[in-house]
Design a protein. Structure first.
Lengths: 430, 284, 197
């Protein structure tokens, strides 16, 4: 399961020896994120986001458990109980803002993590399983975040719940009864709020379980790296601890600086003012939008405005789910033998000038009002999104001539080191 | 096989969204969406001159201003608007002593029950009571206000974009609709019981201008109660009611950021040291 | 191979000096110091984050604000008692009759399990106003005796039905399992107003 040169755990302290015999938990940690895990020596800071995502999950669970001690999941008092947390509970405002902005931070980190995976084709064999579990985690996160946003029972909570559960109503035949079943009523109310709270509490622990599987699957082939060349010898790797613990520690510090700036200085910047208005089933906000991290998918949902064989609404729902489900098939859609985008000229062009602008545009358009030209633009970018993953990627991976790969990670490191020394600005990239 | 199916599915979704694009473009070309009055005549909120004391990264509460704002709320707004997230005891934040808070609470009547008969009645407020609703229920509120229920004001400064500036702009922004508006959008000229205000989302609101004349409130501290002054004061007060932790939060934030910066610099040095022994020196 | 590194020999930074480092004795100490400082300050940051996590469980501001109770006792006649609520628990306020006060004072302190005189338990000038928590000191039941017609126990004060603790007219434990007298909360009386807490 690991490289033959991986260091072995050798406890010297009698207590640790005893523990190792009875329950080898320290050995497990040592092999998972300690010196016993050899990691490619050339990982960039793009490889920090896995650890950061794990940190965000812990952060959300801790602050969430604390908030659940004060929150009341009842449609009559939910809004007031959140205000009670903000006003009366000791440090309640800090807990709530940390949790609300923590959700955003979690998604920022996860999107960067996915971005890394897409550019370096981390989804390719032998790492398909890591990627598949990752997509499952992402889907669970979306469900958790959606239900969490309903809990304050403000206007956006209520109408978000109504719109999203309304998507299920678009399914032919069973749609309406499915929607009523999901809500436990004809519109979001106490029953829906209570089940959302229950699931919002449960799912993070399911995510934690999937994260363990994700890391387990990672430790079988080991981490990928920016060259995409597999580890060949001991000189290609460094032990995770202390090298990558130190690097991740610094990355965590930078992350926390940005995160705390949001929590303390602009805690509502990523939220919607409407959610400070108590839920009112009789009055719709002028502009219903989900949280920012759902914008691309919301833009895709709204892009389908024409009935073509199927009703437009159903197209939107199918496309929204398909836009994430395509990720499950990426390992098989992209057949290029080369992983890293650094050595794939054609792939790189489509990635930087196709996919990235498309995602940026969809992020913007999902938050824009449902008016022209926004809808038309989101239709164009939606078309590109599907073409990119389902048509362009399979084709370029067959016709592209990759650039020559370095023989090994060590060679790649040495070469760039020489280049750096020859060039005058020899400052090592930090 | 997967790729073949994938290509077909991808082309399918792309085709339908492009079809929608073509239909949308055709509709847009043949019958462009009419411009709306809300879009053409809405004005963005602006701060009063000099801004608010709690804006920016070194916020503080101007306690005298909050007290004046409270007075405006009590004497003007409270006739129609509730403040139901706020308790009288919170007024201690505005610099009132415990005795003053008790006296202030007692000057409001809150719903209670007659201790002998159990019938609904009112009693003087206690510091632990919330500010009372001016109306017993929504039906009464709607009936008294031409069917427009006056919203609770506790969170108003957070429930609108640029809340503090919005409140100030709205309160000082009542005006006659311009001739241009009347000409281009005759439907947007306020009907009976509505008042034109370019800062309000749909330009016409049911609240009559609440602050109209200098001296409408007699400030205890002698400040001249101009409409602008009263608007600014009550906007500040409502910012406090919406986010009483604002000043504490930001000052706590600076401590946290300072300490985090220190730890992060140490972490960076530690990382450099750990990696210093790795040759060749390449840390992409 | 010049690229072979020497790093895999220890799980800590191992500057083996293979690259001709000058004065690496000091270097080692400085490096160790920075790493220890980084880990320690991160630990301090972690400990500080425990403060909000722990203090959020303490009573919130609205609970603390309700931690005093004010009562008007002008209508409380001798021999009458009222039940009130203080910090979500019952509190008994009794206006003692002269006979009850005499009965309480007649008991020798040496005979008491928890020696306190009536004067110890009341405010100077208002020795007839006895304010006690309605919480039996045995296991926390609410004793009887405050309301009209309730059993007052063998000593004419309060009686706890759970395990048969008898309290006298000064609410001192006289018989039964309770270890101490009914607790007297902090209170002050001014004219007709009783403030508990």
């Amino acid at each position: 399961m690991s490289f033959p040169w991986a260091k072995q755990y050798e406890p010297t302290n009698p207590l640790m020896k005893y523990l190792d015999e009875k329950l080898p938990l320290p050995r497990f940690v040592y092999n998972a994120v300690g010196a016993g895990y050899p990691v490619p020596r050339n990982l960039s800071y793009m490889w920090n986001f896995g650890v950061l995502a794990g940190f965000c999950l812990v952060l959300q669970i801790v602050t969430g458990v604390v908030l659940a001690m004060h929150y009341a999941a009842n449609s009559a008092v939910a809004f007031d109980s959140v205000e009670h947390i903000m006003r009366n509970v000791n440090w309640g405002w800090a807990m709530r803002y940390a949790h609300a902005n923590g959700a955003s931070a979690f998604f920022v980190v996860i999107y960067l993590h996915i971005f890394r995976g897409l550019f370096y084709s981390s989804y390719k064999a032998p790492r398909e399983m890591i990627w598949l579990i990752g997509v499952v985690i992402f889907l669970l996160m979306m469900a958790t975040a959606f239900m969490g946003y309903v809990l304050p029972w403000g206007q956006m909570s209520f109408w978000g719940a109504k719109v999203i559960t309304g998507l299920f109503g678009a399914i032919p035949l069973i749609g309406e009864s499915l929607q009523v079943w999901l809500l436990g009523g004809y519109a979001p109310d106490n029953a829906a709020l209570n089940r959302f709270f229950s699931l919002h509490f449960l799912l993070p622990f399911v995510i934690a379980g999937c994260v363990i599987l994700h890391i387990w699957a990672l430790h079988i082939p080991g981490s990928s790296n920016p060259t995409g060349v597999e580890v060949k010898s001991e000189s290609d790797t460094l032990p995770f601890h202390p090298y990558y613990t130190a690097k991740d520690g610094f990355g965590l510090g930078v992350f926390l600086l940005i995160y705390c700036a949001f929590v303390f200085f602009m805690p509502n910047a990523l939220g919607h003012p409407d959610n400070y208005i108590p839920a009112n089933p009789l009055s719709t906000p002028a502009h219903i939008v989900p949280e920012w991290y759902f914008y691309p998918f919301y833009a895709i949902l709204r892009a389908f405005t024409v009935d073509f064989i199927l009703p437009a609404q159903l197209w939107g729902v199918l496309a929204m789910f398909a836009s994430i489900l395509v990720w499950f098939f990426l390992p098989w859609l992209d057949k290029s033998p080369v992983r890293s985008g650094h050595y794939r000229p054609l792939f790189r062009k489509f990635f930087w000038f196709g996919l990235i602008p498309t995602m940026a545009a969809l992020f913007y358009l999902g938050g824009a009002p449902a008016a022209e030209p926004y809808v038309m633009l989101s239709q164009l970018f939606t078309a590109y999104y599907f073409l990119h993953f389902l048509v362009i990627l399979p084709i370029i991976s067959s016709i592209e001539r990759p650039e020559p790969l370095p023989f090994s990670i060590t060679e790649a490191v040495l070469k760039s080191d020489k280049k750096a020394v020859q060039g005058e600005n020899a400052s090592p990239a930090v | 096989m997967i790729r073949l199916v994938g290509i077909l599915v991808g082309l399918g979704f792309a085709f339908v969204s492009l079809l929608a694009f073509v239909v949308g473009a055709y509709n847009q070309a043949t019958e462009p969406a009419a411009e709306t009055a809300e879009y053409a005549f809405h004005e963005p909120a602006h701060n009063p001159r000099g801004g608010f004391s709690f804006d920016g990264l070194a916020p503080r509460w101007d306690v005298a201003q909050l007290q004046r704002g409270y007075q405006v709320y009590k004497e003007v707004c409270a006739a129609c608007h509730s403040l139901n997230q706020v308790s009288f005891r919170n007024l201690a934040d505005l610099g009132y002593t415990e005795e003053e808070v008790k006296a202030e609470a007692a000057s409001w009547l809150v719903p209670g029950i007659d201790p002998n008969t159990g019938e609904a009645s009112t009693r003087p407020g206690l510091p632990t009571d919330r500010f009372p609703d001016p109306y017993a229920n929504e039906v009464m509120a709607a009936a008294a206000n031409n069917n427009a229920i006056p919203p609770d004001l506790s969170l108003m400064a957070k429930a609108r974009h640029h809340g503090s500036a919005y409140l100030y702009s709205l309160l000082t922004g009542y005006q006659e609709p311009s001739a241009e508006l009347a000409e281009r959008f005759p439907d947007s000229v306020p009907g009976p019981g509505l008042y034109h205000n370019p800062y309000f989302a749909n330009l016409n609101l049911a609240m009559a201008p609440p602050l109209t004349t200098t001296g409408q409130v007699t400030y205890a501290d002698g400040t001249e109660a101009t409409v602008r002054q009263m608007s600014q004061d009550v906007a500040a007060f409502l910012t406090w009611t919406a986010e009483p932790s604002l000043v504490d939060r930001v000052s706590m934030g600076w401590i946290v950021m300072g300490f985090l910066l220190f730890v992060t610099i140490l972490a960076w040095l530690a990382k450099k040291n750990v990696w210093a022994s790795v040759k060749p020196r390449r840390e992409d | 191979m010049a690229t072979t590194t020497d790093t895999a020999t220890s799980d800590h930074v191992a500057p083996t000096g293979a690259n001709g480092e000058v004065a690496h004795e000091d270097g080692v100490r400085r490096r160790d110091f920075i790493e220890i400082a980084a880990v320690a300050s991160a630990g301090v940051a972690g400990i500080f984050t425990l403060i909000p996590l722990i203090s959020q469980m303490a009573p919130s501001a609205d609970v603390l604000a309700e931690s005093t109770t004010e009562l008007d006792i002008s209508a409380l006649e001798p021999g009458q008692a009222i039940k009130a609520v203080f910090r979500k628990q019952p509190v008994f306020v009794r206006n003692l009759t002269p006979e009850e006060m005499a009965a309480a004072d007649a008991v020798s302190l040496d005979d008491l399990r928890d020696a306190e005189s009536l004067a110890d338990r009341t405010q100077v000038g208002f020795e007839n106003i006895l304010v006690v928590m309605g919480v039996c000191t045995h296991l926390g039941c609410v004793p009887l005796g405050a309301a009209e017609g309730e059993v007052k126990g063998e000593y004419g004060g309060y009686f706890c039905p759970c395990h048969g603790s008898h309290y006298d007219t000064a609410a001192r434990i006289r018989k039964g399992p309770a270890p101490t007298n009914l607790q007297v909360p902090e209170f002050t009386i001014t004219d007709t107003t009783l403030v508990i807490g």
